[in-house]
Design a protein around this ligand. Structure first.
Ligand code: IMP
Ligand code: MG
Length: 194
């Protein structure tokens, strides 16, 4: 069975088009986990999830990685709440442990402008980890403002605002098991002509 219809009679999922099904996400995470397992060759790895968007992805990725893993989280906010990030990033909740001498893998839901990942790479680099890499479930290259390395990337998506599987619109939809787009949102706020 491919893309399931998200419409199960629940009004809150009525307007959602599935872009990446639950099955596709599962299969891709298994591949990413195998790739990360090979790359780190048995070393211990600190998975650093970026809250809140990466909470589901980190939970599934951690189980797909066959390495001694520890998990930590960083809360970041980029001022501005709607579908655009302002570019001013701050840490709202820091790591619970130092990462000096550790292999660190930043686990992100989506790399959009790249500003968040650039900020996190610069910030974590000052803490002297042994290495830092980036794993992002989604990559939206059309909106990139700064180039950042994405060492492990799940899917590339077009320039549309996506929700589900951790990603939110105004705090909602994170619990959808698939990635989708909200039609109402695209109709309500059409893109300026470019
Ligand atoms: P960046 O700093 O512009 O790369 O954006 C990073 C953050 O913005 C992501 O971690 C998401 O939390 C949020 N974001 C960017 N694009 C989307 C989207 O399409 N849907 C939901 N959140 C998004
Ligand atoms: Mg995020």
């Amino acid at each position: 069975m491919e893309d399931q219809t998200p419409w199960k009679g629940n009004p809150w999922t009525q307007q959602i088009e599935v872009l990446i099904s639950e099955d596709k996400i599962k299969a891709r995470i298994a591949e990413l986990g195998a790739e990360i397992t090979r790359a780190y060759g048995g070393r211990e790895l600190v998975l650093v999830g970026v809250l809140k968007g990466a909470f589901l992805f980190l939970a599934d990725l951690a189980r797909a990685v066959d390495l001694p893993v520890t998990c930590d989280f960083l809360g970041v906010s980029s001022y501005g709440d709607r579908t655009k990030s302002s570019g001013v990033i701050r840490i709202t909740s820091d790591l619970s442990r130092p990462v000096d001498g550790k292999d660190v893998l930043i686990v992100e839901d989506i790399v959009d402008t790249g500003l968040t990942v650039r900020y996190l790479l610069n910030n974590l680099a000052t803490r002297q980890p042994r290495s830092i890499q980036v794993c992002a479930l989604l990559d939206k290259p059309a909106r990139r403002l700064v180039q950042v390395p994405i060492d492990y990337s799940g899917f590339s998506v077009a320039d549309r605002f996506v929700i589900g599987y951790g990603l939110d619109y105004q705090g909602r939809y994170r619990n959808l098991p698939y990635i989708g787009v909200l039609h109402a949102l695209e109709v309500a706020s059409p893109k300026p002509a470019s």
